[in-house]
Design a protein around this ligand. Structure first.
Ligand SMILES: [Zn+2]
Length: 99
């Protein structure tokens, strides 16, 4: 659980990232990523339709999991998440193992 002071500290990984990547991270974190759903909400688009596959509502769920036009990126994303989770679990197990 985060303490109040943790919430004000920038994520150290994001702080080291380039500006463009950091912007994308904070858009995702705050729900302001430029999806069809968000752009319709901000009235910058007339509908929330996915401009890649024409699904009725383009959400992060659609882009990250089911949009057929993003299959290659989804495969890379989830393989990276899986690998990072494995590394974190191995690191945590090493740190908590009795010496
Ligand atoms: Zn789509």
């Amino acid at each position: 659980m985060l303490s109040p002071s943790d919430k004000r500290m920038p994520d150290p990984t994001v702080a080291r990232a380039n500006e463009r990547l950091a912007l994308r991270f904070y858009q995702l974190k705050t729900g302001h990523y430029l999806t069809g759903q968000y752009l319709q909400w901000t009235t910058r688009r007339p509908d929330a339709k996915c401009w890649w596959c024409q699904y009725k509502t383009q959400t992060l769920e659609n882009l990250f999991k089911s949009c057929p036009q993003c299959k290659r990126q989804q495969k890379t994303l989830w393989a990276t998440v899986l690998e990072d989770n494995r590394k974190h679990r191995a690191q945590s197990a090493q740190e908590t193992a009795p010496r």
